[in-house]
Structure formats: structure tokens, C-alpha cells
Design a protein around this ligand. Structure first.
Ligand code: NAD
Length: 363
């Protein structure tokens, strides 16, 4: 009995000891979990202190709030090389996980595809995680024509269009629907003004209407035809320019009028397409970029210099990818409350009322 009592006592003590060790283990595990949870914050604070000592700025990154477009599909119109906004937009959308389908102007398609195949764009196709930007499909497109019935004989038989079919806006939309089903994002990154180098006072009716047709109505047409195949919550973006609202001498041929129409249409289409399909419509007013289209105007380098001297942010010229990143944000659920807006991505140049390098203000 005594022995058995002793045994019982020993067992009890063993059990208590086991429980104590278990509790201690649990406490240690909890402490480690708390420590590792605060470790990231501690490290950020330690880094911040180190940077503060070195006189640099800390950017706090809050995990969980990022532009995520995984599983989304975008149709981007207006890419024919790797210099313009359309290319940078495609890149940013793919960085966010979006699939990108292109619509390329028929006369520019052959050279674009040939250069692409030959690897001319390989360097600028590289994404930040090492992947290469890929297009799900490239369609020939001319945004000046809505249906085959609109195409005049001289265009239909033009050798720059030979070998291509189904390139009017309604036909491209139908092909995209057949090949991909629904899409989520629609990008209009195109413009054309045959008389852009002429002052408005010297612009012909034909030149003026051509600028509005290619640069503004094309956006209306794209939303008309692609709207029905966009998922609810989808977003449309176009690119505009400050010359729509203030005078930029040299941006002629009715292009300033075309951009004014584009911005006004953005508001009306935001209302109509919002009510009809539950999609958002915005436009980005971009600062100057030395793209192929901009070079045709003839003074883009001067505009870039002007911006660099006079914009609030004057450390570097605007990069196309900054417009790309803004587009990815505006097309993401993070911007679900933004529609009908003209968003300036121009280093702030639009807010300036007086040129800093004006000779009139010199002593
Ligand atoms: P870009 O040359 O890269 O893009 C223009 C594209 O339009 C080209 O790919 C061209 O092939 C295409 N295009 C022309 N006519 C077409 C048609 N009928 N159908 C289909 N495609 C057609 O030049 P970008 O400067 O990147 O231009 C993109 C948009 O950005 C345009 O709306 C432009 O007005 C706007 N934007 C440009 C600047 C700038 O400084 N570059 C500034 C503000 C806004």
C-alpha cells in the first residue's frame, strides 16, 4: 500500500511536471509567434531609424493592398512599338497579372509583328519577376471604321490592308468575344490627326473631322461594341492631353478639339455605360512623352523640356510606365468608386499658371 501510495505520488508528481513543461512550451511558442509577428514591424522601424540617420525617406509598405488583376482580361488598342503609352499600359497590366489582347492599326501591324518576332522588343518585354510580356493575341484593327459597310473602296483595296480581314471595330469586338468570351478592361491608347502640325485657323474640315473620328469617336465606338462583352465592374481608359482645356500652340489640326470631345465623352459614357453595364469610364491626361505619334507633332522634345523646367515634379521626365501603373490602378477594384474622371498623370504640370522659365519675369 505504502509502495503503491508512493507510486501514486510519484505518478502525480510526474504528471504535474509534464503539465508544467507543456505549459512552458506553449508559453514559449506563443512568445515566439508574437515576436515573429512584430519582427517585420521592428525590422521596418529599425530600417527606418537607419535611413533617418542616413537622411533618406522611408516608404511603409502595407502588405495586402496591391493592384491585383489576376484572372482579368484586357483589350488594349494602340500598340505598334515599345515606345508609346499602350505598350507601357500593357506591361503594367501584365505586372498585375492581367492577360492582354492587342488591337494594332492595320497599316502598322506587319512591321510591329515582324519586329516582335525578331526580338527587337525583347529587352522592353522583361517584367519585374523575370517573365517576358506576352500578348494573348494581336488583332488587326482600324478604329476609324465601325463596320465593313463603312470602309471605302480606296481603303479596302489599299495594299497596306491587304491580307487582313475583320479589322473594323464591330468585327474585332465579335472576334474577341468568340476567342476570349468576356473581358474586364478596355484601353483606348490611340490618336491620329493628319493636320496636327497646322494651326486650327488653317485646318481643313476634312482634317478636323479626321482628327475627331480617329481620336475621339473611336473611343465611343469601342465602348459601344466592347461594352456588351465586358464583365460588370470592368473599366475603360483612354489617353487625353492638356491641350483640350488650355492653349498649347502647335497642337493643331483639330487635335485639341478631339481631346476636349474625348474628355466630355468620358463623363457621358461613364454615366451611360455605368447604368447599362456597370462598368467605369475614365481618361488619363498624360504629360509629354517622345512616342512615335508625338514625334509627328514636331516639337515633343521642347514640350518634355518645358515640363521638366516648369512642372512641380522636375527631377526626371515623365515615364510611360507611370501612366501604365496609373491605368492598372484605375482598372483595378481599388478604384471601384472612380468613374467619369480626367486623371492627370503629368508630374503636376497642369496646375501651373505661370512658367518658371518665362523671360518676362526676369529682372
Ligand atoms: P503611339 O504612337 O505609341 O500610339 C498611337 C497609336 O495609335 C499607334 O500605335 C498607332 O498605330 C495607333 N493608331 C493611329 N490611328 C489608328 C486607327 N485609326 N486605328 C487604330 N489605331 C490607330 O503614341 P502615344 O503618344 O503613346 O499615343 C497614345 C495616346 O496617348 C494617344 O491618344 C495620344 O494622344 C495620347 N497622349 C500622348 C501624349 C504624348 O506626349 N505622347 C500626351 C498625352 C496624351
Amino acid at each position: 500500500m505504502a509502495a503503491s501510495n508512493e507510486n501514486e505520488n510519484e505518478n502525480e508528481n510526474d504528471l504535474k511536471d509534464l503539465k508544467r513543461r507543456q505549459n512552458e512550451r506553449e508559453e514559449r511558442t506563443n512568445a515566439m509567434a508574437t515576436q515573429s509577428a512584430s519582427f517585420a514591424g521592428t525590422r521596418v522601424r529599425a530600417n527606418a531609424r537607419a535611413r533617418a540617420r542616413a537622411g533618406t525617406r522611408t516608404v511603409r509598405v502595407h502588405a495586402g493592398l496591391s493592384v491585383d488583376l489576376k484572372g482579368k482580361k484586357a483589350f488594349v488598342a494602340g500598340v505598334a512599338d515599345d515606345n508609346g503609352f499602350g505598350w507601357a499600359i500593357s506591361k503594367a497590366l501584365q505586372e498585375a497579372g492581367c492577360e492582354v489582347i492587342l488591337g494594332t492599326w492595320v497599316p502598322a501591324l506587319n512591321i510591329f509583328e515582324t519586329s516582335y518576332r525578331r526580338g527587337k522588343f525583347d529587352e522592353s518585354r522583361k517584367l519585374s519577376d523575370g517573365r517576358m510580356m506576352e500578348f494573348a493575341k494581336i488583332y488587326p484593327m482600324d478604329a476609324v471604321f465601325d463596320t465593313l459597310d463603312d470602309v471605302p473602296e480606296d481603303v479596302a483595296t489599299n495594299k497596306r490592308y491587304a491580307g487582313n480581314t475583320k479589322w473594323t471595330v464591330s468585327e474585332v469586338a465579335k472576334c474577341v468575344q468568340e476567342d476570349f468570351g468576356k473581358i474586364d478592361i478596355l484601353v483606348h491608347s490611340l490618336a491620329n490627326g493628319p493636320e496636327v502640325a497646322k494651326p486650327l485657323l488653317e485646318t481643313s474640315r476634312k482634317g478636323y473631322l479626321a482628327a475627331v473620328s480617329a481620336s475621339s469617336y473611336s473611343n465611343v465606338s469601342m465602348i459601344q461594341h466592347f461594352g456588351p462583352l465586358m464583365n460588370k465592374g470592368g473599366a475603360c481608359i483612354s489617353l487625353t492631353y492638356l491641350a483640350s482645356e488650355v492653349v498649347i500652340p502647335g497642337y493643331g489640326g483639330g487635335m485639341s478639339s478631339a481631346k476636349a470631345a474625348l474628355e466630355s465623352d468620358t463623363r457621358v459614357l461613364a454615366y451611360e455605360a455605368g447604368r447599362k453595364w456597370g462598368i467605369r469610364v475614365n481618361t488619363i491626361s498624360a504629360g509629354p512623352l517622345g512616342s512615335r505619334a508625338a514625334k509627328a507633332i514636331g516639337f515633343i522634345d521642347k514640350m518634355i523640356n518645358y515640363s521638366l523646367t516648369n512642372a512641380p515634379l522636375n527631377e526626371k521626365p515623365l515615364k510611360a510606365i507611370e501612366i501604365g501603373n496609373a491605368t492598372a490602378f484605375l482598372c483595378s477594384p481599388l478604384a471601384s468608386g472612380i468613374t467619369g474622371a480626367t486623371i492627370y498623370v503629368d508630374n503636376g504640370l497642369n496646375i501651373m499658371g505661370m512658367a518658371q522659365d518665362s523671360r518676362s519675369t526676369e529682372n
